[in-house]
Design a protein. Structure first.
Lengths: 226, 225
């Protein structure tokens, strides 16, 4: 490991992060006591890596704070069809949980009361634009859910995605080609190759895995600031 | 519409819903979906409804069955496409149903606005996205907002856990979701519950939807829903 507090940390003694390691890295950046919404899909698994003693409270947009783990009958959890997460999976409730209706749930999001929201993405732009709800494919049935509300709601928006598409093209781009979910909303981008901070003066590399900053700069069309 | 009235069954509860009505249907997926009321509405053979729901039906039951029966001309929702939304998917691909896609929080807030007598509101959700195209925008204190209009229902079909004879409602867990907002946003609010108790039996501090918003209540036994 090289780097200083001022510059990026380059982890060159290993390969890129795998699918489980990215959510684990996100979890390290979630402050104790935070109110957090985890989006559907890979972001949901951030919960598996949160320290239970850190007092993080999970919000689910269908009307609950203090959401617990996915309900597992084999572990003695009650599987209740009236108690589900945003992905419509049965979940559990933690002590201190609360329920509220949909307008309140989105008011606390839109009103900036949530500390962190973690979302997946198709593309993120150098200025923090997010594209994660549609690939704009003709004939596809559109669905947006709470993605646009979440994107502009929380104090900090952390995005999880692979840095490159299967064909090798970068998904961190100068401008999104897919329809936008939110403008200038992404705070941090967690990828397999690197963690990026999207800042007012540009995109800064915080940490890399299996690549140097110079390697990444050569593969991206986005300038990386020091 | 005066005091809440307890009706004997779901068919009586949905009587009088007219062709072309806008019907707010509670639920997030199947949690909080008023299955008995939606089934009864389907049996009336009503046509050309506009339905507002977060989704567009699951499997072949409830809202999906209402769509399959050809009762619905237009649906306003945030997330129609799901692994089990084959009924909607087929109708949409065949051009037999219109879709207005609304971000989930806007869907809730637009109905809240209707129930609260708000003419329209500026909302930051969707700024700069295709779903805000053609809408009026304004910059307020340096932030951009989109003008959003209320969604009002002729009818709301809501599932609550328990009602008292004054029409007050409590819900269960995340099945509450859109229920309280829809109850306030419709001219005629029809509620199915697991249980009806005497006025005074619900702690007034715990009432979620006050009876002023409720027009008809039907108790639906669990095995029937």
């Amino acid at each position: 490991m090289t780097g200083t507090h001022d510059g990026p940390v380059e982890n060159l003694d290993r390969g890129p992060l795998d699918r489980a390691e990215i959510p684990a890295r996100v979890a390290r950046d979630i402050p104790a006591g935070a109110y957090v919404n985890l989006g559907i899909g890979q972001p949901t698994s951030v919960a598996d890596h949160l320290d239970v003693d850190a007092g993080v409270t999970l919000h689910t947009e269908n009307g609950m704070l203090g959401m617990g783990r996915i309900a597992d009958a084999e572990r003695g959890d009650v599987v209740d069809p009236d108690l589900i997460n945003a992905g419509k999976q049965p979940v559990t409730e933690t002590p201190g949980a609360s329920y509220f209706h949909h307008a309140d749930s989105f008011a606390m999001m839109r009103g900036g009361h949530l500390d962190v929201c973690v979302l997946g993405a198709f593309q993120v732009s150098a200025t923090g634009d997010l594209a994660n709800w549609s690939t704009g494919e003709k004939g596809a049935i559109p669905a947006v859910g709470g993605a646009m509300d979440l994107a502009i709601g929380a104090k900090r928006i952390y995005v999880i995605m692979t840095l490159f598409a299967k064909d090798g093209t970068p998904k961190l781009v100068p401008q999104c080609s897919y329809p936008l979910t939110g403008v200038g909303c992404v705070t941090r981008l967690y990828t397999d190759h690197a963690l990026f901070a999207i800042e007012p003066d540009g995109v800064r590399v915080v940490e890399t895995w299996g690549s140097s900053v110079a390697d990444l700069a050569a593969r991206l069309d986005v300038p990386l600031v020091d | 519409m005066g005091k809440a009235r307890i009706v004997p069954d779901a068919d009586a509860a949905v009587a009088g819903i007219e062709d072309g009505a806008t019907v707010l249907v509670g639920g997030f997926g199947t949690a909080g979906q008023p299955m008995a009321l939606v089934d009864a509405l389907r049996r009336t053979g009503v046509r050309d409804l506009t339905v507002v729901n977060n989704n567009a039906g699951n499997g072949d039951v409830g809202l999906a069955a209402l769509l399959a029966a050809g009762c619905v001309r237009r649906i306003i929702c945030s997330f129609p496409r799901q692994t089990d939304s084959w009924v909607f998917d087929g109708l949409y691909r065949d051009g037999r149903i219109e879709l207005e896609l609304v971000p989930q929080g806007n869907l809730a807030e637009r109905m809240r606005a209707a129930g609260a007598g708000i003419g329209a509101f500026f909302c930051p959700t969707g700024v700069g996205t295709p779903l805000a195209e053609g809408k009026e925008t304004r910059t307020i204190d340096g932030r951009d907002y989109v003008l959003e209009y209320p969604i009002r229902g002729d009818v709301a079909l809501v599932k609550a856990h328990r009602a008292d004879t004054a029409g007050n409602l409590v819900y269960r867990k995340t099945a509450r979701n859109f229920g309280p907002v829809m109850a306030a946003a419709a001219t005629n609010t029809i509620v199915e519950v697991d249980d009806i108790v005497e006025a005074g039996a619900l702690d007034p501090e715990h009432v979620v939807t006050p009876g002023i918003y409720v027009d008809r209540i039907v108790r639906v036994a669990e095995e029937a829903s």
